[in-house]
Write a protein that binds this ligand. Structure first.
Ligand code: GTP
Ligand code: MG
Length: 407
């Protein structure tokens, strides 16, 4: 996602801060601040689409799960042939043709059809894994089939991890997913939230899968039961039987590297995820501005610091799925009544920051003040962009500034 707006609003302020501000900081502050800048760089600059390997037998619900996470019919459900893209990467793109998620297609997994492509499964994987590796492996088993023989599948999975470890020195976490739990008894209890009896059977199936996976793969990251069933008509969702998909999305976030978080939030459109990432951004930005503000700063440097706040606001807006442009940022600043200095610096930021003299004279800031102001802006941005609350609430949050949480 490296379009111009992204560079201008997310990356450029960080780059300027690194270049112009960091060298001026006393070493004790410098160290702390650099750590936080790196955190933001991981989120903003290194940002890329998350990559998964989704493993499971035919009909396990791999494509359906992808659609459930996207809330859109992006993957073909119940595809008739197993031949397309076997062993290759499938890239999901947004309307602007940017890659937003990549899935290593392991169709044909465990089907022993090695002759079809004159390539063994291992050869297919070696090829697919030459350039990229999955950040995480999702291992799907139908709830009704958890006691079928999955040992072979687990062996395959381990082989896949081994190749990745050897090639990329990375061991992707494995997440076991019990799919299609709605199919378990009692059959009349089809729609979530499920009744007691169904829940007990779901737990039973999950426990079974957990025991099995743990036995062969003790380091498995977690087991989650889900129902991913959704139906679309003409691109619109007409039926939604999803259960525990948000929990899965949340769990996956913890397994994914920070560089994929921004995209993950946008793909899944999950508000809880978006808020969590936004708060991470806000905490780093507050620590940076607070650290810098802890010592006297020449006025000429203020825009560099304001730039961090702007980068933060742009980050929150981006996470919410908004297009990054001047309009949405200006709208927000206007709505919360941020001071002209902030808005001014922001408008100029993309041009030459070094040439700007900050228009608000005598703007004395202290470390705490800078940190609380930044955190106030973050809270307001979360309410405005993510929670989509009325403007006056965002304004309140900005005015009632408090210290950022320490954890
Ligand atoms: N009831 C129910 N049906 C599901 C669920 N998930 C998937 N299905 C159905 O199961 C069938 C197979 O789902 P797919 O998502 O195509 O499975 P897949 O793993 O991608 O299959 P292949 O691509 O052929 O390997 C489809 O008819 C889905 O509608 C679920 O959670 N509940
Ligand atoms: Mg499929």
């Amino acid at each position: 996602m490296h379009d111009d707006e992204q560079k201008e609003y997310l990356e450029e302020p960080l780059r300027l801060f690194r270049k112009k501000m960091i060298p001026k900081l006393p070493s004790n502050i410098q160290k702390r601040v650099i750590g936080e800048v790196e955190r933001l760089e991981e989120l903003f600059v290194d940002s890329r689409a998350p990559r998964f390997a989704i493993i499971g037998r035919r009909g396990a619900g791999k494509s359906t799960l992808v659609n459930a996470m996207f809330q859109a019919p992006v993957a073909e459900v119940g595809a008739v042939t197993a031949e397309t893209e076997r062993g290759g990467w499938h890239t999901y793109k947004n309307a602007s043709q940017q890659a937003i998620m990549e899935v290593l297609d392991t169709r044909g997994f465990g089907e022993g059809d090695e002759t079809r492509f004159n390539q063994t499964e291992e050869e297919v994987w070696q090829e697919a894994l030459a350039s990229r590796y999955p950040d995480a492996i999702l291992f799907l088993v139908k709830a009704k089939e958890v006691d079928a023989r999955v040992t072979e599948d687990i062996e395959q999975l381990k082989k896949l991890r081994k190749i990745i470890k050897k090639k990329h020195d990375y061991l992707p976490p494995v997440i076991g997913i019990v799919t299609q739990v709605d199919e378990l008894d009692p059959v009349y209890d089809t729609d979530p939230p499920f009744e007691k009896e169904k829940i007990a059977n779901i737990e039973h199936a999950s426990e079974h899968m957990k025991r099995m996976l743990k036995k062969h793969l003790p380091e498995v990251a977690g087991i989650l039961p889900v129902c991913a069933y959704i139906a679309f008509k003409d691109g619109e969702m007409v039926y939604d039987r999803r259960w525990k998909i948000d929990e899965l999305i949340d769990f996956l976030l913890e397994q994914l590297p920070g560089s994929t978080w921004m995209q993950w939030a946008r793909i899944t459109q999950a508000k809880t995820i978006q808020s969590r990432i936004a708060k991470t951004i806000g905490k780093s930005a507050s620590a940076i501005t607070g650290g810098v503000g802890a010592q006297p700063i020449p006025l000429a440097d203020l825009p560099v610091i304001t730039g961090i706040q702007m980068s933060m606001i742009a980050g929150v807006a981006y996470v919410s799925g908004r297009k990054l442009d001047r309009k949405s940022m200006a709208e927000f600043l206007g709505a919360i009544g941020a001071n002209v200095g902030t808005a001014f610096a922001f408008r100029q930021l993309a041009r030459s920051l070094s040439k700007i003299t900050f228009p608000v004279a005598g703007h004395a800031i202290s470390g705490t003040l800078a940190a609380t102001a930044t955190w106030g802006l973050c809270k307001a941005a979360i309410l405005y962009f993510i929670e989509k609350r009325p403007v006056h609430e965002a304004k309140e949050a900005y005015k009632n500034q408090s210290e950022p949480p320490t954890n």
